[in-house]
Design a protein around this ligand. Structure first.
Ligand SMILES: [Zn+2]
Length: 267
């Protein structure tokens, strides 16, 4: 096991698909981020068949955790009765959440009814196991709200990652106790819809993330995203919040460990 190199104070990248980087870049990407002070990484699964690979990655590093589940793009890959296998996998101490799961009516890579069924199954499992969920939501606000209003999900703990759902959606999610994750979009010129939720978002509900390898922040926009760029994202969030960078790091890290309580600070 490697120990975390103690760089300057930095944030936790709460959503980075390290497994989607070329294999020979993965370890270097983690090291590069640590050198800039990044203190932890949550790597979300896309499909169940990635679970073992993700758990192996996590067990090699004190500061890497994963969520296990099925992305809405791959909802069609879900097989009847797979809750049992997912439950067994989630018993691993490094698996700290269910997901990423959700709805994506932008790409519609899986039929919408299948996306919803597979999301509900994972939310039910998370509720049963007392684990939080990592939620993907794109162009599906209306349906998402109907599901989250279902009384059986009253206690659901959720990270709405890469949030771009607008103010009204944010208000309802905040009332529900959800956390919102900010990506490089926060730095894009035209992303007022992302920044406008910051003033209404309580200080104990924001998370920072890169969504590596997608959505690189300015000034790296258009290039391959890397977990180290969570520094630029956190700097921008600090500016929007009118906070010192160190304070935003401290606060969002506290938020991270409160939501993903199975994760333990490294070092
Ligand atoms: Zn993702």
């Amino acid at each position: 096991m490697t120990s975390t190199s103690l760089g300057p104070i930095g944030p936790i990248d709460s959503h980075c698909h390290i497994q989607s980087l070329p294999e020979d870049l993965q370890e270097a990407a983690l090291d590069g981020a640590r050198e800039r002070g990044v203190r932890g990484f949550l790597v979300p699964a896309i499909r169940l068949d990635q679970s073992e690979e993700l758990l192996e990655l996590c067990h090699r590093h004190d500061d890497v955790w994963c969520s296990l589940g099925v992305h809405p793009h791959d909802a069609s890959s879900w097989r009847e009765g797979e809750e049992k296998r997912l439950t067994e996998l989630l018993a691993d101490p490094k698996a700290v959440a269910v997901g990423e799961c959700g709805l994506d009516f932008h790409y519609d890579n899986s039929p919408r009814d299948v996306q919803e069924r597979v999301m509900r199954t994972q939310w039910e499992l998370a509720t049963e196991l007392g684990l939080p969920v990592v939620v993907h939501n794109r162009d599906s606000n209306g349906r998402m709200l109907e599901v989250i209003r279902d009384p059986r999900f009253a206690d659901l703990q959720a990270d709405f990652h890469s949030f771009a759902g607008g103010k009204e959606m944010a208000e309802e999610l905040i009332a529900h106790g959800c956390y919102l994750g900010f990506t490089g979009m926060i730095t894009f010129n035209r992303a007022d819809n992302v920044r406008e939720v910051i003033p209404i978002l309580p200080l104990d509900r924001d998370l920072v993330e890169t969504d590596t390898p997608y959505l690189a922040p300015v000034p790296h926009r258009g290039k391959r995203n890397l977990p180290e760029y969570v520094v630029e994202i956190t700097e921008r969030l600090a500016t929007e919040r009118g906070e010192a960078y160190e304070e935003t790091c401290r606060r969002t890290t506290e938020n991270f460990f409160r939501l993903f309580e199975k994760a333990r600070p490294a070092g």
